[in-house]
Design a protein around this ligand. Structure first.
Ligand code: HEC
Ligand code: CU
Length: 332
């Protein structure tokens, strides 16, 4: 008996955990759990109404079906009590959902005054982050745990949308205007960030990681020497690191010299002839690469006129040198 019971409970637990996989993604803070509660309330309320309405329909179809030729439909004009109940009860449920949703929405919309601010730029197809200390990252949002964080966001090209499923928040990122998003991450760890507004060919690759660190670790990270990760590397190897960190590789293939679907292949670019959209042409040199990075729209390669544009990605002089060395280097 006890054996059977424990077998039964273990089946119950495994199916419950299997069900959890189809349920909500992990909740990174208390706000996320409260959004889930509202969702479950809606789910259960809908399930109960669904059973009542469809069950009632099936019941009446059977009970009042025409049993003989002489069956007559009874004449019913109305029923005050019933009509009141089936209007008033849904009204109460709707009002609960509205007020509950409104309170959560208002909380998500009003950032505390002392929030730690981080600038976010969406671009085809990466997320750039800029901290007030001057630190910048791409596709890596590092935040302190247990401290309100406010993201001030804009787009460098088209419409994007910043979505952190674990925190149950998302917000459109719009060219030519600022939008914001705030949250307080409670649990340390790594979370996925998505772009949820279709923004072109590589939209599905527009992913970022959010790293939640303890406050001390975060302060340490923020004041870290940005050159540390390049120590001991050749200039070309640093360039390779930069182009992958800045997500140039979302558009360019650095190991091929043929034109890709989205952007030119950049292998052995120096010394190659380039034709531009304005009809001019030149032999690519260092100066041209530098100009392509600093003023991407100045010379547009003819084959890509009117297609995905090269975005302006902030790079310092060191990084530009490394990228040029990387483009020049042998890659086989
Ligand atoms: C959204 C896609 C995209 C991203 C990201 C991107 N580029 Fe480009 N890039 C282009 C396109 C399209 C062109 C061709 C049109 C033009 O010349 O402006 C181009 C042109 C260039 C050129 C001139 C190429 C030639 O064949 O003449 C260089 C050099 C270049 N990009 C380097 C980079 C580097 C380095 C990065 C990262 C810091 C980068 N690009 C990021 C799309 C992109
Ligand atoms: Cu996007």
């Amino acid at each position: 008996m006890i054996k059977k019971l424990s077998a039964f409970t273990s089946i119950l637990f495994t199916s419950a955990s299997a069900f959890a996989e189809y349920g909500m993604p992990q909740a990174g803070n208390n706000y996320a759990s409260r959004v889930d509660s509202l969702y479950y309330f809606l789910l259960i309320a809908s399930l109960i109404s669904c059973i009542l309405v469809i069950g009632g329909m099936i019941f009446f179809v059977f009970k009042y079906r025409r049993k003989s030729e002489f069956d007559q439909t009874p004449y019913i004009s109305h029923n005050n009590t019933l009509e009141f109940l089936w209007s008033f009860i849904p009204f109460v449920i709707f009002m609960i959902v509205f007020v509950w949703g409104f309170l959560l929405f208002r909380e998500a919309e009003t950032a505390p005054k002392n929030a730690f601010e981080i600038h976010v730029y969406g671009r085809q197809w990466a997320w750039d982050f800029a901290y007030k200390s001057g630190k910048t990252t791409t596709n890596e949002l590092v935040v302190p745990a247990g401290r309100p964080v406010k993201l001030i966001m804009t787009s460098k090209d088209v419409l994007h949308s910043f979505f952190i499923p674990a925190l149950r928040i998302k917000q459109d990122v719009i060219p030519g205007r600022y939008t914001s998003l705030w949250f307080e991450a409670e649990k340390k760890g790594e979370y996925q960030v998505f772009c949820t507004e279709y923004c072109g060919a590589e939209h599905s690759g527009m992913l970022a990681k959010m790293k939640v660190l303890s406050n001390e670790k975060f302060e340490e990270w923020l004041s870290d020497d940005p050159m540390k990760e390049y120590e001991g590397l050749s200039l070309a190897a640093r360039g390779e690191k930069v182009v992958s960190k800045k997500a140039c590789t979302a558009c360019h293939n650095f190991n091929a010299d043929v034109n890709g679907a989205i952007a030119p292949g950049l292998k052995n670019l120096i010394g190659k002839k380039r034709n531009f959209a304005d009809g001019s042409s030149m032999i690519a040199d260092r100066e041209y690469i530098r100009e392509s990075l600093k003023y991407p729209q100045k010379k547009v390669v003819a084959a890509y006129d009117g297609k995905a544009a090269m975005p302006l990605i902030p790079l310092n002089e060191d990084e530009i040198t490394w990228i040029i060395e990387y483009i020049k280097s042998d890659k086989d």
